[in-house]
Design a protein around this ligand. Structure first.
Ligand SMILES: CCCCCCCCCCCC(=O)SCCNC(=O)CCNC(=O)[C@H](O)C(C)(C)COP(=O)(O)OP(=O)(O)OC[C@H]1O[C@@H](n2cnc3c(N)ncnc32)[C@H](O)[C@@H]1OP(=O)(O)O
Length: 203
């Protein structure tokens, strides 16, 4: 494959479609009950596909870049990246003051039996809070994230994650957020401190 063939929006669309198919493969793997000989055959097939993908590969995921419509995107992001099979992918929207994302976890995300792993919930809130920092007009790395688990988070259920700016002091920005049922019942709450590295400010 040439470098030219590895660029372009139609290729991005194809990469996102592959990523979605891989998510479905992961979901199916987590839930399958097919017999052992079938598992072995599928493992060989998947190994062959993995080798085909590695035939031409980078060392880092899809980068931050401007989409054709001028918006900034990060298709390789572990939470929001449509080209990253690890991502839900989460779609975060903003009204200019706070951020919001509708999401639904999957059995693949199980931690305690029947509910979502607490680290997965924290990862989602880390990202949502980070975007709340951006919407407030700032930027930073998570310095600390405090998570309060109020109720078990179910999978297969529509949920809403929200985040909003609370205060700023120098390079430090505090934000808060939550994951809730659609009726407003809070499942997980978080507060985060994001620090803008001095280097980002040219200091
Ligand atoms: C498509 C677009 C979407 C874009 C949307 C993208 C959203 C992405 C969201 C995901 C965010 C992540 O996961 S980020 C990845 C996880 N986080 C990281 O990897 C961060 C690793 N840590 C670091 O790089 C660093 O420690 C920093 C940047 C956090 C801070 O380093 P620094 O800048 O050198 O900090 P320093 O000068 O010492 O301190 C500055 C001030 O912050 C305070 N401070 C510093 N660290 C801490 C701390 N852990 N806890 C409390 N306070 C702290 C200090 O006391 C000080 O306060 P004072 O004395 O001034 O009062």
């Amino acid at each position: 494959m040439t470098i030219e063939a590895a660029t372009g929006e139609s290729r991005i669309t194809a990469l996102c479609a592959l990523s979605q198919q891989v998510r479905e493969l992961m979901d199916a793997t987590a839930l399958t009950d097919v017999p052992e000989d079938e598992l072995e055959a599928i493992t060989a097939d998947v190994a062959a596909l993995t080798a085909r993908l590695r035939a031409v590969a980078r060392e880092t995921p899809q980068p931050f870049e401007f989409a054709p419509d001028g918006t900034l995107r990060h298709l390789g992001n572990a939470v929001t990246g449509a080209a990253n099979p690890h991502a839900l992918p989460l779609v975060v929207t903003s009204d200019g003051e706070s951020v919001r994302a509708e999401l639904s976890f999957r059995p693949l995300h199980e931690g305690p039996p029947g509910s979502v792993h607490g680290g997965i919930s924290a990862m989602i809130l880390d990202h949502v809070l980070g975007q709340a920092v951006v919407v407030a007009g700032f930027a930073g790395m998570t310095a600390s994230l405090s998570v309060n688990y109020r109720k078990p988070v179910p999978y297969g259920v529509p949920l809403v994650a929200t985040g909003a700016f609370t205060r700023k002091e120098g390079r430090k920005t505090w934000v808060e957020g939550r994951i809730a049922l659609t009726d407003g019942t809070v499942l997980v709450e978080a507060t985060g401190l994001f620090v803008t590295p001095a280097a980002w400010l040219g200091e």
